[in-house]
Design a protein. Structure first.
Length: 286
């Protein structure tokens, strides 16, 4: 009797703001699919063994040795074994919407750092009262930011005073990086306090140098950094990025060079932090 060979195939799967006019002051997660892997089920021929007392088994010659031509003509019947299909996850429901709570930058713009992490950039000015109010909240958020993110600050350098304060910020950043400025967080907060609570507008290089000196930075270290090529370069980059991001008021937040938002769009500082978190999630799922 002719035998038909069955081959088994298994198929398994992101308020008001200081304006630059003030002179002084989303892809769905990929569906998990199972790559079809053909597993050939071996056919084991049971060799009939006879002992001395058994009757000899007659094997039809055509079954034992099928004609080669006939074997080629025989259809191969596939036995399909399917696994239950897992339903796709429902679409993620987002709390904030593009065009209302944040704006998308088209095309996507450069970031300060590389593409290894999702960058959250705060565009700010030390003389802005809204930046002063927002700073403790964004600083607290940055201290607990997700591991796949990088938080940076970009000073707005729209006018001479803002540019002077931008140079202050990058001098602060570099002196902290090389260990000369020991407590950069305390210094950053002190700059805001000098301007907004002590009426020290930090309108000159000399006034700024004296503030650094209070935090243990010598005049020589300050001047070497203040006039350095690296600070000049960073100011140029900040000017370019603020223009590219089309930031017209601060504080503003840009996520990954792709999304821009602020307290006015988001609906307050707390909501702005929530927008940031959601945009990070969007970028993580991308």
């Amino acid at each position: 009797m002719k035998r038909t060979v069955f081959l088994g195939f298994v198929f398994g799967f992101v308020l008001a703001a200081c304006s630059n006019e003030e002179p002084s002051a989303e892809a769905p997660a990929p569906e998990a699919t199972s790559e079809g892997v053909a597993t050939e089920t071996p056919v084991e021929a049971a060799n009939a063994q006879a002992d001395e007392d058994s009757q000899p088994e007659l094997v039809e010659e055509s079954a034992a040795e099928p004609d080669e031509a006939q074997a080629e003509d025989e259809p191969i019947v596939l036995a399909l074994e399917t696994e239950p299909v897992t339903a796709a996850a429902p679409p993620r429901e987002w709390n904030f919407s593009e065009g209302k709570h944040y704006h998308r930058l088209v095309p996507t713009q450069p970031t300060v750092g590389g593409a290894d992490k999702i960058e959250v950039a705060e565009v700010f000015w030390y003389g802005c009262p809204h930046c002063f109010d927002f700073d403790p909240q964004i600083s607290g958020w940055a201290d607990n930011a997700p591991a796949n993110t990088r938080f940076v600050r970009i000073p707005a350098v729209w006018n001479p005073l803002a540019r002077l304060h931008g140079r202050l910020y990058y001098t602060e950043e570099l002196l902290a990086k090389n260990g000369t400025l020991a407590d950069v967080k305390a210094f950053h907060a002190a700059v805001f306090n000098e301007f907004h609570r002590k009426s020290n507008r930090l309108t000159s290089e000399d006034a700024i140098q004296k503030l650094f000196e209070r935090f243990g930075v010598s005049r020589e270290d300050f001047l070497n950094t203040w006039n350095s090529f690296e600070v000049n370069h960073k100011i140029g980059v900040a000017n370019d990025l603020v223009r590219r991001y089309n930031v017209t008021g601060v504080p503003a937040v840009v996520v990954n060079g792709k999304y821009r938002s602020g307290a006015a769009e988001a609906g307050g500082y707390t909501a702005l932090l929530e927008v940031i978190d959601e945009l990070i999630e969007r970028e993580t799922l991308r």
